[in-house]
Write a protein that binds this ligand. Sequence first.
Ligand SMILES: *Cc1c(COP(=O)(O)O)cnc(C)c1O
Length: 245
Amino acid sequence: MTDRRAELAANLAAIRQRIEAACAAAGRDPAGVTLVVVTKFFPASDIELLAGLGVTDIGENRDQEAGPKVADLSPEVAGGVRVHFIGQLQTNKARSVARYADVVHSVDRARLVTALDKAAGAALDAGERTAYLEVLLQVDLEEGERAGRGGVLPGQVAELADRVAQAEHLRLRGVMAVAPPGLPENGTRAAFARLAQASRQVAEVVPEARLISAGMSGDLELAVAEGATHLRVGSAILGSRPAPR
Ligand SMILES: *Cc1c(COP(=O)(O)O)cnc(C)c1O
């Protein structure tokens, strides 16, 4: 085993234990929780190692980085791993992301729905993808004057869900959020509870859209307690990244 492989294996085992403990505490079946390993800033070689350790889902947040990285994967790994695009997405990057992403977690506005639908249709026509593009609505969990920057506001979730439901090449699967930074545990938990509420609103529009993407290295237990089905964990598995851009 290389040092890097051993390091990733140990970190992955620790995270899987945390997820199992969180599920046990919440009375949930761990099979209902998917680990998405966030590989931003780390090379394709780490994705290869992770795939060898049983990782089935990876997350990336920048098209400029993710496109070339996914293209660098061996055919076996590229064919076996699901790619989740989790970052803010500009409409002019939709066509690129539709080539390699299985799921886009960050759909937050009607214009992006239109752009992704068109992009997914073009990618299907070109034979670059074989399935609909799955999407999650990114919900803004900030309250008060900080609200309105990171996702669709809870009051507008149903309307946006309806837009996606009408898009020909997209499939609405659920909701996603990042907890507001700097909250005490009960505040973070309350934020994830607001996401669960948004999830119920989405399911009223599209009954099968029940995925909840929430929880990262620092707060995954709180997300599991509030029903998260997908955890996006980066630094606790791959190590710390350079400071945010
Ligand atoms: C980077 C990132 C993560 C992973 O965060 P960690 O704290 O490293 O686990 C999760 N979600 C999104 C949207 C991210 O950009």
